[in-house]
Design a protein around this ligand. Structure first.
Ligand code: NDP
Length: 295
């Protein structure tokens, strides 16, 4: 496709972090407040530990204080709730995040619901999801990955209103909220999931295609409408014996095929991933501003 654009999430995330850094110091100078984010990690999943490290590093880079609590795999619901309740009350903490997925013996619903909605910077509390889904209302916080996808569309001047958007995936974390966000911006949205028949017939209709299925290279060039904009949320580790680590990261979209058909595609890595973390910082700043009534 002539005029192909590689959507550079890494670059956009950097410029968002730069803006946040300025706001953090402005707030600090005026209110003597440092925004604080608490991150709770339960168990030893390597991917989760690495996401928590990235979030911590990103906080440091903009001057947000981060506090992380790492709890053992066999922690009880009460153990986790104890920390959440104490962060809810802690005036130096403006955002609370529980790294998902939790070990299977823990009830995710009870734990996420315990985060007070004013500090729900992941936007997963039913109160915020409810407001996202309800017409004419706006949630206090929008989940970070979906917000990052829409932010990329905005920053690359992709028109959403009146367009056909297709979302692959319907999870609470990505697919469902991103479909709501697109609909709220007046796209006509179709969601595909694991029971959808002939998904490629549906994706070929999409002006905007968001892939969040967790299936390596599922979206082939032939699935994409010529000139479409494709946002690849997938993060999949696939075996590659040619690299020292033995595996490499791929998205849900076959990038090399997609770039020949689409007008713009996000790469993996370097697309949605860095934007997710930038949106977390942005939500934490918003929370601190709102709690301290700072414009
Ligand atoms: P989930 O596994 O929770 O959800 C996957 C969704 O995709 C489900 O709705 C599932 O359908 C659907 N699905 C799975 N296989 C197919 C298929 N073959 N055809 C059609 N639909 C399918 O994953 P998440 O939403 O949490 O994450 C999705 C991907 O995004 C993962 O690769 C994850 O690593 C990545 N991710 C990336 C982030 C980032 O910052 N870039 C952040 C979060 C996630 P059903 O509902 O029927 O089961």
């Amino acid at each position: 496709y002539s005029g192909f654009t590689r959507i550079d999430g890494k670059k956009e995330a950097k410029s968002i972090r730069d803006e946040i850094k300025i706001e953090v110091s402005r707030m600090n100078a005026s209110k003597n407040v440092v925004p604080g984010l608490a991150v709770i990690l339960v168990g030893e999943r390597k991917d989760s530990a690495s996401y928590v490290r990235s979030k911590k590093k990103a906080c440091e880079s903009v001057g947000i204080k981060s506090v992380d609590v790492c709890l053992p795999e066999d922690s009880s619901e009460e153990d986790v709730l104890k920390y959440i309740l104490s962060f809810n009350e802690d005036p130096s903490i403006h955002g609370i995040l529980v790294q998902l997925p939790l070990p299977s013996h823990l009830n995710e619903h009870n734990i996420v619901n315990a985060i007070c909605k004013e500090k729900d910077v992941d936007g997963f509390h039913p109160f915020n999801i409810g407001l996202l889904a309800k017409r004419g209302s706006e949630p206090d916080f929008v989940p970070c990955t979906p917000k990052g996808c829409i932010e990329l569309l905005h920053r690359y001047n992709v028109e959403i209103e009146g367009k056909r958007a297709v979302v692959i995936g319907r999870s609470n974390i990505v697919g469902m909220p991103v479909a709501h966000l697109l609909q709220n911006e007046d796209a006509t949205v179709t969601t595909i999931h694991s029971k959808t028949r002939n998904p490629e017939e549906i994706t070929r209709e999409a002006d905007i295609l968001i892939a969040a299925a967790g299936q390596p290279n599922m979206v082939r060039g032939s699935w994409i409408k010529p000139g479409a904009v494709v946002i690849d949320v997938g993060i999949n580790h696939v075996q590659d014996l040619n690299v020292p680590s033995g595996s490499r990261l791929v998205g849900d979209v076959c990038y090399e095929e997609a770039r020949k058909v689409a007008s713009a595609v996000t790469p993996v890595p370097g697309g949605v991933g860095p934007m997710t973390i930038a949106m977390l910082l942005s939500n934490t700043l918003t929370s601190a501003k709102s709690i301290h009534k700072f414009q």
